[in-house]
Design a protein around this ligand. Structure first.
Ligand code: BGC
Length: 378
């Protein structure tokens, strides 16, 4: 490496480190007093709502950065929502056990208002992944900071019962699409969550978790792979970048071998263009751009496989999507999969969401992983 290259790298590291710090500040500033993390404060279709999926990853990023109280307050918010729906969950579990499952519309939604209500707007609401991801994130948080999980135990038990009863149901995916499919990344999020709490629940639940984890693994091995790597949904021959999460940070599949390693290679080959990662090949949302948060997931997968240099490259690409105000977008339009479909979304919802808190959180999470952000003392 020449002196000039080394100097350039130092400058980039300083820029990235600063962006990670301001990202923590931005999330702290925008966190609602209820503990909810807004998906995006200004984007028309998201304002006023917090998602279990986005929020769990945001809390994980904040926890990893040392913002312990912020993450705990988000988990308190999740717990409140679950406590309030104890009777609903009881009904869902009982009806599933009786072989008469409730309709999709009666399942728990994917997003809530900051006050913890379901909200009045129509949405593609039945998504199971966020319930797995919150379990995983709260357990990681407690482990990382030696916190007592008892504070969230009742909500954990309710979530476990909900997922055990319904894990095999088709539902909308991470992108709120394809409700008639069982998505492999959704199964991965559920497996990660259940595994993370398996030893923190009573013996009956613990045993039931072991059985369901084995069933999920069997289902994925049987119908959730294609060409030696994970598939977008059971029976699909496509990949989806959400699958990266099952390698890192969820660690359901190891980054260094087998399905995990093959999936990282397949997603990189099919969906990354100059390090910017698309959601899936047929994406047309806002024309189907590249998502900085997914570039960070790819970076986390590289880091988990011991390839810090590639992980840093991913972080640097994500940093390049920031605007002058320091905000990271949901996606950039530099390499659109279908330009003809961009304008219809702008007409419908306005310009792409920015800032998207999930993008900032994944940037933070990867920056911590590759040591670009020093963990803050809270
Ligand atoms: C994405 C979801 C995300 C939501 C809020 C949607 O466009 O498809 O994954 O949870 O935005 O950020």
């Amino acid at each position: 490496m020449t002196e000039a290259t080394r100097g350039q790298l130092r400058a980039d590291l300083a820029t990235m480190s600063r962006l990670a710090e301001t990202s923590v500040e931005l999330i702290l500033r925008l966190q609602d007093p209820s503990g909810a993390y807004p998906a995006s404060p200004t984007f028309s279709a998201y304002t006023g709502y917090s998602w279990f999926r986005d929020g769990a990853f945001i809390a994980d990023g904040m926890s990893a950065a040392g913002a312990v109280d912020s993450a705990s307050r988000f988990f308190d918010w999740c717990a409140g929502i679950l406590h309030d729906r104890k009777a609903t969950i009881g009904e869902i579990v009982a009806r599933a056990a009786a072989g008469d499952p409730v309709p999709d519309t009666a399942m728990l939604p994917t997003r809530f208002t900051f006050a913890g209500t379901d909200g009045d707007d129509d949405w593609w609401d039945f998504q199971l992944d966020g319930y797995g991801t919150w379990l995983w994130a709260v357990a990681e948080h407690a482990e990382r900071h030696a916190l007592d999980l008892a504070r969230w135990q009742q909500a954990i038990d309710l979530t476990v019962d909900y997922l055990l009863s319904s894990w095999q149901r088709p539902c909308f995916d991470w992108w709120e699409e394809n409700a008639d499919r069982v998505h492999v990344s959704t199964l991965g999020c559920i497996a990660a969550g259940l595994a993370a709490v398996a030893h923190r629940v009573d013996a009956d639940r613990g045993l039931a978790i072991e059985t369901v984890l084995a069933a999920i693994r069997h289902t994925i091995a049987d119908r959730g792979t294609t060409d030696g790597h994970l598939a977008k949904w059971l029976g699909s021959t496509e990949v989806d970048a959400s699958l990266l999460s099952t390698v890192a940070p969820l660690a359901v599949f190891p980054a260094t071998e087998g399905l995990g390693a093959a999936t990282v290679r397949a997603v990189d080959a099919a969906l990354a263009v100059n390090r910017g990662v698309h959601r899936y090949a047929a994406d047309t949302f806002f024309g189907g751009g590249q998502w900085p948060l997914l570039s960070c997931f790819l970076g986390l997968a590289y880091a988990a496989g011991g390839d810090r240099e590639s992980a840093l490259d991913q972080l640097s690409w994500a940093a390049s999507t920031v605007d002058v105000a320091g905000n990271l977008p949901e996606q950039v339009a530099w390499d659109l999969l279908d330009r003809s479909r961009q304008q219809e979304w702008i007409d419908r919802w306005g310009p792409v969401a920015r800032p998207l808190l999930w993008s900032h959180a994944m940037f933070i999470r990867l920056a911590v992983e590759v040591d670009v952000l020093k963990v803050l003392s809270s």
